[in-house]
Design a protein. Structure first.
Length: 368
């Protein structure tokens, strides 16, 4: 078997051209390729991801949330090699990485991603409700359609100079907090859910029941110290590393990945926090249009494989594969009060109660 060519990436910040324009662009690309490439070079797949008629090669369009980018830098070449060995076909990738909510809206608006890898189930729901996802990805996918897990934690500067230990410390005078905007960032919704849920947990301890009013007040107290609302978790992290703020609320995997790269964060794991679950799904309308269903389904399945799961762990994610989890769980602390989205009533209830136009989050923003 010949060596697999280096991966070819075509960043895809905007939706693909309409079909007529795409055909004109493809003609130009073919002419340029004929002039510049030797006949022995493999094709890269053109015309909306359809296999090249001469080579059978295929292009797969990935629409992912920004946090997945570093892990995908390893996973895409690994899948490319596996697919080439199995089928003899070269798969190349067009990749877009955005805040999860922005990515979901882009796909609904016409960005023809074959595979959506997003921060939360609620963002895939938007694509599903638009009629673009028709498969039963929760039931048919391994692990409920999820490919990674994490938890919401706090990151401080080296040595934790303000002595941050739990969520309540973020309400103190003079503590400057960063987390992104839940209007654009799925990660931000996990952050808000974690703080609001911790407020519910506190109310159960103090009052013997879940008290939404108590949880709202607790969230408002933390939000009163927020320095800025960035577009994405990555943008908040960039601001923090530039010197803005004292504490960042973010994914555990993000901090673990940055620490591995030499950035001196201190991770503070709250007693009560939320389990994050990140899904992936084939976008049926687009794979059927592009003729890429087989490779798209294989790619999503690959993300749940032990090989891919170990790569995710390398980048700080908690694996969904139980065997890989058993291999690696000692790396990850287990918060005493860890809860999942079900504790808040599930995503449908959370969207209505927290993020609807009159929901808790917008009341907090308005100071109501």
């Amino acid at each position: 078997m010949a060596a697999v060519p280096a991966i070819v990436r075509a960043p895809f910040p905007f939706p693909p051209l309409k079909r007529g324009a795409a055909k004109l662009a493809a003609i130009g690309l073919l002419l340029l390729t004929a002039a510049c490439a030797s006949p022995s070079e493999p094709g890269n797949g053109i015309d909306g991801g359809k296999p090249s008629s001469s080579t059978g090669d295929v292009t797969l369009v990935i629409g992912a949330y920004s946090v997945a980018k570093d892990a995908f830098a390893e996973l895409l070449p690994a899948f490319q090699q596996r697919w080439r060995e199995k089928t003899g076909q070269l798969v190349t990738f067009q990749e877009s990485y955005e805040a999860s909510g922005t990515q979901a809206r882009s796909i609904v608006g016409g960005f023809e991603a074959d595979v959506a890898v997003l921060a939360m189930e609620a963002d895939l729901d938007k694509i599903e409700k638009a009629g673009l996802i028709k498969n039963k990805w929760r039931e048919e996918g391994a692990y409920g359609g999820m490919i990674t897990r994490s938890i919401v934690v706090m990151g401080t500067r080296e040595g934790n100079p303000l002595g941050i230990r739990d969520w309540a410390d973020l309400t103190k005078d003079g503590v400057r907090v960063l987390y992104p905007n839940p209007k654009t960032s799925g990660g931000a919704m996990w952050d808000i859910n974690a703080i609001y849920g911790a407020g519910l947990k506190r109310s159960e301890e103090e009052r013997g029941r879940k008290d939404p009013a108590y949880a709202k007040k607790f969230l408002a107290s933390v939000h009163g110290n927020v320095e800025s609302l960035d577009k994405s978790g990555r943008a908040s992290m960039a601001a923090f590393e530039y010197g803005v703020g004292d504490v960042i609320v973010t994914y555990e995997n993000e901090l673990l990945a940055r620490i591995a790269q030499g950035v001196p964060y201190e991770i503070v794991t709250p007693r009560d926090t939320i389990l994050i679950e990140n899904p992936a799904a084939v976008v049926d309308s687009y794979v059927d249009r592009h003729g890429t269903r087989e490779v798209a389904e294989a790619f999503v399945a690959f993300l749940g494989s032990p090989e891919a799961q170990r790569t995710f762990v390398k980048h700080g994610f908690r694996p969904v594969d139980p065997d890989v989890w058993n291999e690696t769980k000692e790396r990850f602390p287990q918060p005493e009060g860890l809860f999942d989205i079900g504790y808040l009533g599930g995503w449908a209830k959370v969207r209505e109660e927290l993020y609807s136009p009159k929901g808790v989050w917008y009341q907090v923003l308005a100071g109501l």
